[in-house]
Design a protein around this ligand. Sequence first.
Ligand code: FAD
Length: 476
Amino acid sequence: MLSRIILFKKGSTLRVAIIGAGPTGLSSAVHLLKNDRNVHVDVIEASDVVGGISKSFELFDHIVDLGPHRFYTKDKAILKFWLNLAGDHCHIVNRQTSIFYENKFIKYPLSATDLMFALPLATKAKIFSSFLRRQKYKYVDGDNFSTTMRYRFGDKLYETFFKSYTEKLWGTCDTDLSATIAYQRIGGFGLGKAITHALYRTTGKVNDTFFYPTLGCGQVWENATKEIIKMGGRVFLSHPVTYIEKKKRAFQIQFGNRQNSYDKIISTIPVGRLVKIYQQSPQRLKDAVKELKFRSTILAYAEILGEHLFNEQWIYVNSQHIKTGRITNFSNWGMPNNKKRGSQVVCMEYWCDVGDEMWNMNDSHLGVMAKRDLIQFGVLRSHIARQTIIRLPHTYPIITNSAEKILSDVSQFFRAEKDLQTIGRGGAFKYNNQDHCIEMGIGAAKNVMGQNISTWDVNSEKHYLESSLITEVPPG
Ligand SMILES: Cc1cc2nc3c(=O)[nH]c(=O)nc-3n(C[C@H](O)[C@H](O)[C@H](O)COP(=O)(O)OP(=O)(O)OC[C@H]3O[C@@H](n4cnc5c(N)ncnc54)[C@H](O)[C@@H]3O)c2cc1C
């Protein structure tokens, strides 16, 4: 609190700009307005809706998300924050997810029964022997993603369940990827823990349920926006921030046709973009951030006539003959609106790079590709009534070893710029889920109020070593 008192006379209002109305920015705004009466908060958002890539919307008379969006955390404070925003509009979903592997649906996460029966004996023997073989060699931690995963699961299991998915998702030879991705996604998980969990799962000791808002995951972020406005904050939609300049102690920000002055900024836009528009960024940083690359996503939605396709909320597709990596069925998330009789809406995810062949395919070709996948997948027993394609640029930060070096420079620069923080999935260039975004958002808000929290440590190796929160491995 001391620095606040020195910099701002008691009673004067602190003007804070929060750039981006996704989960990270909105969490910051809610926390700030709830905990500091002397603050004026403007949330500035480029698009015409809130929620960022965690928004929900209506499509073909159903409510859908941008791919599957389950909220999951073991941190009670973060869960409470999220539940407070969800309010009464929330229900519990029994998790049902699978991996489609060699034309079979294998329940995922695995239970001991699945381990016993889903795979042939020879495959199981190979999985265990290759895991034991890996354990014999000294493991150089932090080498790369592939080595980390092979060490944790053994070569056979890695190649069976994770490799083709990894290649589809990242589009790169997986040795380029940093071990950080493994930390950010699975913490300390490995085959040993997978077996323990599989046993617990069979005995019912693992509770595979999650909370989900009645109107989709984005409802939480719509509620957050209402709270912000109720508490006196302002939310500017359709106002992309294009220019930031520091003049003495204040920042001038241009957004849409406006220009305002702020004492503090919390930015959640992709960090490369921030470095580019911030006039005080050194040229060497501007050049370096060009190398921070993202994978992008194409979502192919289809409305399929008929009452039942499959029971899962989503299915990971581990098959080289099928191009999609994951398929979500929005009828299985317990949303009453989606229980309309007669049709279901599914979403298939395709990963690519902006400007590559797939990204440039026209929508009707992408629709044909998605239909072909559904047929191969064996779930299309009825007609597709309607289809739509959504292109989402910059969804997955590609964390390579060289990207990490750049990030270390970037974080050093912004740590020194105390009044301008960059956080969030794109802002910190991390493979964040919404729980990490909330944690970063609250951390940045506390910093505005005078604390000194390292938001860069959220969802990092250090974070994982300090916590025991992660108990389950998502394959992507
Ligand atoms: C396919 C997919 C599935 C996922 N599944 C899950 C899941 O199951 N569970 C989970 O917890 N998380 C999941 N996530 C992750 C989750 O969506 C993100 O972690 C979260 O939305 C990131 O929040 P954010 O606020 O950091 O960024 P974003 O959601 O990207 O929000 C950033 C906001 O900044 C705005 N912006 C950008 N540039 C500007 C500018 N110049 N000026 C003003 N505004 C700007 C954007 O329009 C956007 O609204 C998934 C992500 C994807 C892609």
